[in-house]
Design a protein around this ligand. Structure first.
Ligand code: GRF
Length: 222
C-alpha cells in the first residue's frame, strides 16, 4: 500500500516509492512530463536524481528549479567508460531502480547497460526500427512516410535498438516539415513515457528475447 490515511489526509509513503534516475543532455521536456506525472499522482515514483552531461542543458536548470537532486557530470573530452562509471556511481548512490534517458545524447557502455538489466528506458521520436539516430523527424519527412510517432524501449548498447515497450503513432500531414511533425510527436512522447514507466515499475511486462509482453498482472488496480 502506498497510501496511508492520516487524519483524513491521504499521504504517500515516500519510503516505498520507486526511485527513478533521469539522464538528459538538453531541453528536458520529457523529464518535466515525467516530473509532472509524479506531482499529479499519475505516476507513483520519485525522481531521485537528474544527471546532465552538459552544463548548458536547460533540463538541468529546470531540475534545480524544482529542487530535485540535479548533478552535472560533464562528458566532453572523457573516455566513455570513465564517464559512465561516474554516472553509474551517482545513480547507485541515489538508490535508483530505474533509469530514464530523456534526450541523453550518449551511447551507454556495455558495463553501464549490464549494471541495470532491463532497467534503462529511452524514448525516440520515430517508430523504431525506422529512423534511428539523430533528426528522426527530418528523416521521416524526407523519406515521405505517412505515419510516424514515438517509441519507448529498453536500452542496450546499440543505438535506439533495445526491446520495444510501447509505441504511439502520429499522422504525417502533407504540409508538415520536421518542426511541425516533431511538435506533434512530442505531445505523444510526454504521454508515452509515463505509460511505459508505469508498466515497468508495476511489473506488468516482461522481456522475452526481443519481445516485451504483458504479464498476467496487466490492468490490475487501474
Ligand atoms: C525527444 O524528442 C526524445 O524523443 C529524443 O530526444 C528528444 C528530447 O527532448 N530522444 P526533451 O529534451 O525531452 O525535450
Amino acid at each position: 500500500m502506498l497510501h496511508d490515511s492520516v487524519q483524513g489526509v491521504i499521504q504517500i509513503n515516500v519510503a516505498l516509492l520507486k526511485k527513478i534516475g533521469i539522464l538528459l543532455s538538453g531541453r528536458g521536456s520529457n523529464f518535466l512530463a515525467i516530473a509532472d506525472s509524479i506531482e499529479s499522482g499519475r505516476l507513483q515514483a520519485e525522481i531521485a536524481i537528474v544527471i546532465s552531461n552538459r552544463a548548458d542543458a536547460p533540463g538541468l536548470e529546470a531540475a534545480r528549479k524544482r529542487n530535485l537532486n540535479a548533478k552535472l557530470i560533464p562528458s566532453k573530452g572523457r573516455v566513455r567508460e570513465e564517464h559512465d562509471a561516474e554516472v553509474l556511481a551517482a545513480l547507485k548512490a541515489a538508490g535508483v531502480e530505474l533509469i530514464c534517458l530523456a534526450g541523453y545524447m550518449r551511447l551507454l557502455s556495455r558495463e553501464f547497460v549490464c549494471a541495470f538489466p532491463n532497467r534503462i528506458l529511452n524514448i525516440h521520436p520515430s517508430l523504431l526500427p525506422a529512423f534511428p539516430g539523430l533528426d528522426a523527424q527530418k528523416q521521416a519527412i524526407e523519406y515521405g512516410v505517412k505515419v510516424s510517432g514515438c517509441t519507448v524501449h529498453f536500452v542496450d548498447e546499440h543505438l535506439d535498438h533495445g526491446p520495444i515497450i510501447l509505441q504511439k503513432t502520429a499522422p504525417v500531414l502533407d504540409g508538415d516539415d520536421e518542426h511541425s511533425l516533431a511538435a506533434r510527436i512530442l505531445e505523444l512522447e510526454h504521454l508515452a513515457y509515463t505509460e511505459a514507466i508505469r508498466l515497468v515499475l508495476g511489473g506488468e511486462i516482461e522481456v522475452r528475447e526481443r519481445k516485451v509482453v504483458r504479464t498476467k498482472n496487466s490492468g490490475e488496480g487501474r
